[in-house]
Design a protein around this ligand. Structure first.
Ligand SMILES: Cc1cc2nc3c(=O)[nH]c(=O)nc-3n(C[C@H](O)[C@H](O)[C@H](O)COP(=O)(O)OP(=O)(O)OC[C@H]3O[C@@H](n4cnc5c(N)ncnc54)[C@H](O)[C@@H]3O)c2cc1C
Length: 384
């Protein structure tokens, strides 16, 4: 059986200084009214103005080469920015997927033209991407997707449907997984390819799916004879599964899989301190200590990414534990503090509570369900 070998990371003085810089910037922005704190803000907090502001700081695509608009900083510096944004519940959903996974996908598999065209715009906080994987009967079992791309002169014609596509109504593009040839009898994962889908192209219809809160975050995306030029093929035709799985490692590995309800936890601790509620604080402390362990594991994964190591197993493990923790925060705080949850409340506690409880069921589904992640961990741990 394999050993779990997560590196233990200590931040340097320069990194701690950088964290202060990021935190001061965010606190200043919030006090100027550029945003208010939300739970799960990486999924639901859209503000192109805020994204552009962050882009001006150089904090989107921060690890990418300078020639593509990046800063060539470390994965741990990226971790610091990400963690501070989540802790304060800033509106980062517009650029989140592009920064987290579409940009790195172009860096690894894209053409030089794609890198030069997309990466600087993403880094400026001006170009947003969605993820076009799930379909009505294909979520965990992505190899069963039906959306098809057929070769024509100069490009591809796409027909099909994607669902649960977060932010498609705000994004410019979606990295879309399509079948380009039938599944191989021996390998169901063969014959899939990734395309950059222009969400404003003719034949694309985006319809909202209402969230439990009543808000509009994800969508159904209908694709009817949508033309995608050859220049928008990502990587190699037929290699979509392998490329997609590498992308998923970025999707699963970040602190957003631990911190979606952190603003609620922080607010609860402040409230319990004010009330001098010693019993309540003792219970909240249990959450804080779980958070501490998960945080260290999550930072360890960031360090592995920095070294170019395979994080598919460790990221799945941290995501499984992390998302269950996020749900536990909502549940425990709900029992500890008497509030009247409402997503439109002026009271921070009531709003964060409503957002955390209503977003909670999705935490263990999005980006791979608990059962699927445990399958990956079990196979990975037992593999010789
Ligand atoms: C908030 C949110 C945002 C999302 N955003 C996006 C997005 O932007 N883009 C996108 O493409 N998708 C998105 N999704 C979809 C998400 O990726 C899927 O919901 C997820 O992969 C599960 O797929 P499914 O819903 O089809 O459920 P299913 O795959 O049908 O699973 C249903 C249940 O069966 C279990 N199950 C399935 N297969 C197995 C198995 N082999 N072994 C054991 N148990 C199994 C699952 O664990 C689950 O409990 C989003 C989902 C949510 C909740």
């Amino acid at each position: 059986m394999k050993k779990l070998d997560l590196p233990v990371v200590t931040f340097t003085r320069a990194q701690n200084q950088f964290r202060k810089e990021v935190r001061n910037f965010l606190e200043r922005e919030r006090s100027m009214g550029s945003f208010i704190t939300h739970a799960d803000s990486w999924m639901s907090g859209y503000s192109s103005e805020f994204s552009k502001n962050l882009g001006k700081q150089g904090w989107i695509g921060i690890t990418w080469p300078k020639k593509y608009g990046g800063q060539e900083r470390s994965a741990l510096d990226r971790y610091i920015v990400t963690e501070e944004l989540l802790a304060i519940g800033a509106p980062v959903a517009s650029h989140w997927f592009a920064d987290r996974q579409s940009g790195p996908l172009f860096l690894k598999f894209g053409t030089e033209e794609q890198r030069k065209f997309f990466l600087p715009k993403i880094a400026k906080g001006e170009c947003y991407f969605s993820i076009g994987l799930s379909e009505p009967n294909s979520g965990s079992d992505l190899a069963s997707i039906k959306t098809k791309a057929e070769k024509v002169e100069g490009g591809w014609i796409i027909n099909g449907m994607k669902t649960w596509t977060s932010g498609a109504h705000h994004s410019h593009y979606a990295i879309t997984l399509c079948r380009t040839s039938p599944p191989d009898a021996k390998n169901r994962h063969a014959g899939m390819s990734q395309f950059v889908l222009d969400l404003s192209a003719e034949g694309v219809t985006i319809q909202p799916i209402q969230f439990l809160t009543g808000e509009h975050h994800f969508n159904e995306v209908f694709l009817e004879n949508v033309f995608v030029p050859d220049e928008y093929v990502v990587g190699v035709i037929g290699n979509g599964w392998k490329q997609g799985m590498e992308e998923l490692a970025y999707e699963r590995s970040g602190p957003e899989r631990v911190m979606s309800t952190f603003p609620l936890l922080q607010e609860a601790v402040e409230y319990l301190k004010e009330q001098n509620d010693v019993n309540g604080l003792a219970q909240a402390l249990q959450l804080v200590s779980r958070m501490w362990s998960l945080r260290n594991m999550s930072i360890g994964v960031a360090q592995m990414l920095e070294k170019g190591e395979d994080v598919s197993l460790t990221a799945s493990l941290v995501k499984d534990l992390g998302t269950i923790f996020e749900q536990a925060v909502a549940e425990m705080v709900r029992l500890l503090i008497d509030s009247t949850p409402s997503v439109t409340s002026e009271k921070l506690m009531d709003r964060l509570m409503a957002e955390s409880v209503l977003h909670g069921p999705g935490f263990t589904l999005r980006g791979g369900t608990t059962e699927i992640l445990r399958g990956i961990v079990a196979k990975g741990v037992l593999a010789k």
